[in-house]
Design a binder for this molecule. Structure first.
Ligand SMILES: [Fe+2]
Length: 165
């Protein structure tokens, strides 16, 4: 099974072994589809939020989706660097995301904060698993990239939870 997956990787002079790159591409692509899904959820929250905390949350959610935009770009580009193909199309994201579907009818600020808190926490957990998997596989650079993403997610989670008292 590992061989057939590794065979899908593009040729590269990167000296990491195919088995190592396969682990990393898997962890990165799992992060990519979840993070792109989360990006769209945060954008929905940015667009639809209403209530007394509108100004603060509208701006905070913009900061969040810009952070996620940087993270997804870095993650997808590392997939390519390692010989993989990013799971980056809308269809693949919809098929592969592990996050719960974001409700389109949310409006209240705290409802958005609670919905995003659950999804940031879920993604932060799986990214931490990706850090361990890629570190154990021997790809320190991917582990480092995912660690950077993890720090961003944890900080955003703190900012969301701070609204919940
Ligand atoms: Fe906007």
């Amino acid at each position: 099974m590992a061989k057939s997956k590794a065979a899908k990787l593009h040729a590269t002079r990167n000296d990491l072994g195919a088995n190592v790159r396969e682990v990393s591409v898997g962890a990165l692509n799992a992060t990519l589809s979840d993070a792109m899904d989360l990006t769209n959820s945060v954008r929905m929250a940015h667009w639809t939020v209403r209530g007394p905390q509108f100004a603060g949350l509208h701006a905070l959610f913009e900061t969040f989706y810009n952070q996620l935009g940087v993270a997804t770009d870095d993650v997808a580009e590392r997939v390519i660097q390692l010989g993989g193909t990013p799971d980056g199309t809308t269809q693949l994201v919809g098929e592969k995301t592990r996050l719960e579907a974001y409700p389109a009818d949310l409006r209240d600020g705290l409802d958005h904060v609670k919905a995003l808190t659950a999804r940031y926490a879920a993604l932060a957990k799986s990214v931490r698993e990706g850090i361990d998997a890629t570190d154990e596989a021997g790809d320190a650079d991917t582990a480092d990239l995912l660690t950077e993403v993890s720090r961003m997610l944890d900080k955003a989670l703190w900012m969301l939870e701070a609204h919940l008292g």
